[in-house]
Design a protein around this ligand. Structure first.
Ligand code: CA
Ligand code: CA
Ligand code: CA
Length: 203
């Protein structure tokens, strides 16, 4: 503990007073000081998903579990909130890149991207393009050197330049829905993907 620099890529931290309020909420909800994967899914109302979507949510959880001990502790939790609420677009894209790079080798290959789009489809319903078509389109657009791998640079540049793509990427884990849950805890008005009755307990 104590190395604030490393929290979610060094972005501005949540103010101390607010952090304390979050701390109290977190400890009330998770007295052991650790949030499990199951609790994470409950918090976001993401239970009962099919296998593909479920794997995707597991992957999201793993990106927040920075020390890879299988739990989200308070520092990791506050870093996640920081990213969701205060993160700049580039920080969020870096996070998405980490999420997509499932094997963590520093680049996204077609198979990894295809898996993501299949999960997104499982979560958000049918899209106009099939996951395969979409994967090919993305590589066609942003794999500048045509080597079948997206580097962080290709991913960030390509996504920032392309509004449609940015939108799809944003849908693969919807920060705005999460933000809504964090801040007002109301029943979501759109799509009902985050039935948030449980979440209000945290607010
Ligand atoms: Ca952890
Ligand atoms: Ca990879
Ligand atoms: Ca490339």
């Amino acid at each position: 503990m104590g190395n604030n620099e490393s929290i979610a890529g060094g972005q501005k931290a949540v103010p101390a007073k607010e952090t304390y309020v979050w701390y109290k909420k977190f400890m009330r909800e998770y007295p052991s000081g650790l949030q499990t994967l199951h609790e994470f899914k409950t918090l976001l109302g993401l239970q009962g998903l099919n296998q593909k979507a479920n794997q995707h949510v597991d992957q999201v959880y793993n990106t927040f579990d920075m020390n890879k001990d299988g739990f989200i502790d308070f520092l990791e939790f506050i870093a996640a909130i920081n990213l969701v609420v205060r993160g700049k677009m580039e920080q969020k894209l870096k996070w998405y890149f980490k999420l997509y790079d499932a094997d963590g080798n520093g680049s996204i290959d077609k198979k990894e991207l295809l898996n993501i789009f299949m999960a997104v489809q499982a979560l958000n319903g049918q899209q106009t393009l099939s996951p395969e078509e979409f994967t090919n389109l993305v590589f066609h657009k942003i794999d500048k050197n045509n080597d079948g791998e997206l580097t962080l640079e290709e991913f960030i540049n390509g996504t920032e330049e392309d509004q449609d793509l940015l939108e799809i990427v944003s849908k693969s884990f919807d920060f705005s829905s999460v933000q809504k849950i964090i801040y007002d805890g109301n029943q979501p008005d759109t799509e009902g993907r985050f039935p948030s009755n449980l979440v209000t307990r945290l607010i």
